[in-house]
Design a protein around this ligand. Structure first.
Ligand code: NAD
Length: 303
């Protein structure tokens, strides 16, 4: 067993607080932005596209636009009806690609079924791909070249860094193999850097013995999209848990009748962990930090 983990095992559980961490990182971005502008650089400008009126997407985009204001970025929000065709949407993205004032473009997913995510992502200028989803960004990341990192994995690295968690030599089990979270997280956690330098196992819907694999994990990254999927019996003492899942479940005690939970059964798992992110208030807030770090970097490249 890794020495660092032995030391961690006897420490009390510590919450990886997304709210406090994001506040700290946003303060730094705000300062860097003001300095960049004072030195003659251009004001970072994020353009966000939302298609249809999915309430969760509305909330995510709204919070990204508000964060731009908070940090001193410019922003543009383009809304389109669900009926927009793929060709029309791609034309809108090309217009943003050609707009020299726009540094970063994000298209909020999910998109309506008649529009291909891949076509949309591939149309964004890689120099403005602040969500880090474009094949050029992901390819560069895979090769260890400087690139816009996918915002959610980037946010998780910022969180680990903030709490000074040295992941060297740890066994990191990532559950979920999506292009935007699970797969890039495996690349980042195995690269020769800190956070990184971990031994990584990727698990997915066809994995056998998931519980046995998770029990070997020093770090579990849960990106599945199933409420409370990771249970107490899957987690060893002293583990570090990053819960990416955002799931809405019924809750009669709430005024709204629902509440958000992660992919981890937080209440029953937390006391076994040394570090764990809550949902809400964990990884989601860090994702916005990753996006804003990329947008500031894009503005610096475009200045
Ligand atoms: P996805 O929906 O594209 O894929 C889910 C993954 O889970 C798949 O790779 C699948 O193989 C795996 N999976 C499904 N059932 C499984 C099982 N029984 N055992 C093991 N693996 C299984 O995933 P996504 O887009 O990465 O989203 C995952 C979750 O994270 C969702 O709840 C989503 O809302 C949330 N999310 C949160 C943020 C954030 O900022 N916090 C960002 C993106 C996604």
């Amino acid at each position: 067993m890794c020495n660092k983990l032995i030391a961690y095992i006897f420490a009390p559980m510590q919450l990886l607080d997304g709210k406090a961490t994001a506040a700290h990182i946003k303060e730094q971005i705000k300062k860097d932005t003001a300095e960049h502008i004072a030195n003659g650089g251009k004001q970072p400008h994020l353009a966000a596209i939302i298609v249809g009126n999915n309430p969760a997407s509305e909330a995510y985009v709204g919070s990204k636009i508000r964060t731009c204001e908070e940090l001193g970025f410019g922003s543009t929000l383009l809304r389109f009806e669900e009926s927009i065709t793929e060709d029309e949407l791609l034309a809108e993205i090309r217009t943003l690609n050609d707009n020299a004032d726009v540094d970063g473009i994000l298209v909020q997913l999910p998109l309506p079924k008649h529009i291909s995510d891949d076509s949309v992502i591939n149309t964004i200028d890689p120099g403005k791909d602040v969500d880090g989803f474009h094949p050029v960004s992901q390819g560069k990341m895979l090769l260890g070249q400087k690139s816009y990192l996918p915002a959610t994995p980037y946010g998780m690295l910022l969180m680990l860094e903030h709490y000074k968690i040295d992941t060297t030599g740890m066994h990191c089990v990532v559950i979920g193999r999506s292009n935007i979270v699970g797969t890039p997280m495996t690349v980042l956690m195995s690269r020769n850097a800190n956070p990184g330098n971990a031994t990584v196992t990727i698990c997915h819907s066809r994995t056998k013995n998931l519980k046995e694999i998770c029990l070997q994990a020093d770090i579990i990254v849960a990106a599945i999209g199933r409420p409370k999927f990771v249970t107490e019996d899957m987690v060893k003492d002293g583990a570090i848990i990053l819960d990416v899942g955002i799931n809405r479940i019924d809750d009669a005690t709430r005024k709204s009748g629902t509440r958000l939970v992660g992919d981890v059964d937080f209440d029953n798992v937390k006391d076994k962990c040394n570090f764990i992110t809550p949902v809400p208030g964990g990884v989601g807030l860090m994702t916005i930090c990753g996006l804003m770090m990329n947008t500031l970097e894009a503005a610096k490249q475009h200045s």
